[in-house]
Design a binder for this molecule. Structure first.
Ligand code: SF4
Length: 318
């Protein structure tokens, strides 16, 4: 294991925590993380972590119709994900698969506070868009830092989206937060095995969800991305039945469904990188320049998940 450490981050408490987590790692001091991260290193060649300072905006607006309210933002504290989902846009977003952890949490919190101050309506912040923040929490202390921070606000909610089952970190928080929801992405187990490499099984995710519900945490179900596979009708009908029988849907805070979706540019990039990925060939370019599965398939998915939860939200579609 190699730790690349930006010189300017050495005195950050967060850097020291990461260093103490990997006492035996080789340490290399660098000037700017991009000098390493932007190198074209083949996947899995070198186990490395980069500790860096985020020097540009941590926050950006979600695309139109992403959510039921326009006041929604993504924010990032790390880059790259330990899991290996075949459809994931991170596959072409970065040149290598090194984990980058930003340690200047106070700067990121300041940016969030500035957005909250300016917003007059209920505002959502989605963490983990570039990583699985729950998986890496032992290293990053994200929950311990950001969950209490979000409790300072009114009319604000943070979502921690994950496929990880590392919920002990949540249970070890000293309270049940009012302003954080834990959102679990779910798919049928046979599709998890085929397309979501190294992620926990469906049953393990369900166990984690039920444990959090038992302890009174706010839990979201995220049915995304729904995959356009052969025999999708039967696979997803059985999946929804399984969910109905395994999770008390009445206790779920909200649910969200979305088919596999790319911008035209992202689609062309992933197609170039994975020309044999079967699910890509069941998508079509639509007038709004997004590439998705066809309207009949989408309607099938939406009706199915509305039937499971009538308040299920549909992402970036009508
Ligand atoms: S868990 Fe999410 S971020 Fe990680 S590889 Fe899968 S889709 Fe990408």
């Amino acid at each position: 294991m190699i730790l690349y450490i930006e010189k300017d981050t050495i005195n950050y408490p967060q850097t020291q925590k990461i260093l103490s987590f990997f006492p035996d790692a080789d340490k290399i001091i660098i000037k700017n993380y991009k000098n390493i991260f932007d190198k074209n290193i083949p996947l899995n060649q070198e186990k490395s972590i980069i500790i860096a300072k985020l020097t540009w905006s941590a926050i950006w607006k979600t695309p139109d119709n992403y959510w039921h309210t326009p006041n929604t933002y993504f924010f990032k504290t790390s880059l790259n994900c330990i899991f290996d989902c075949s459809y994931c846009y991170l596959k072409w977003a970065f040149k290598n698969n090194m984990q980058v952890y930003f340690v200047n949490y106070e700067d990121i919190k300041k940016q969030i506070s500035e957005v909250v101050e300016k917003e007059t309506e209920f505002t959502w912040f989605y963490s983990s868009d570039y990583s699985d923040i729950l998986w890496s929490n032992k290293i990053t202390n994200f929950l311990q830092e950001f969950v209490p921070f979000f409790e300072n606000f009114n009319n604000v909610m943070m979502e921690v989206r994950t496929k990880s089952t590392n919920i002990q970190e949540i249970l070890d928080l000293w309270f049940v937060p009012k302003n954080t929801e834990f959102a679990f992405s779910l798919n049928p187990d046979e599709l998890i095995k085929k397309y979501e490499k190294w992620t926990p099984s469906l049953d393990d995710r369900i166990k984690a969800i039920n444990k959090l519900l038992e302890h009174g945490y706010k839990v979201w179900l995220r049915f995304l991305p729904l995959l356009p596979v052969k025999n999708y009708e039967n696979i997803y009908k059985e999946f929804v039945e399984y969910i109905k029988n395994s999770i008390d849907i009445k206790k779920i805070h909200s649910s969200f469904a979305s088919g596999l979706l790319y911008t035209k540019e992202d689609y062309n990039n992933i197609l170039k990188k994975y020309p044999n990925l079967d699910i890509l060939y069941r998508l079509k370019l639509e007038k709004d320049n997004f590439v998705r599965c066809d309207r009949d398939m989408r309607n099938f998915f939406y009706n199915l998940f509305k039937d499971l939860d009538q308040n299920c939200m549909i992402c970036m579609d009508k």
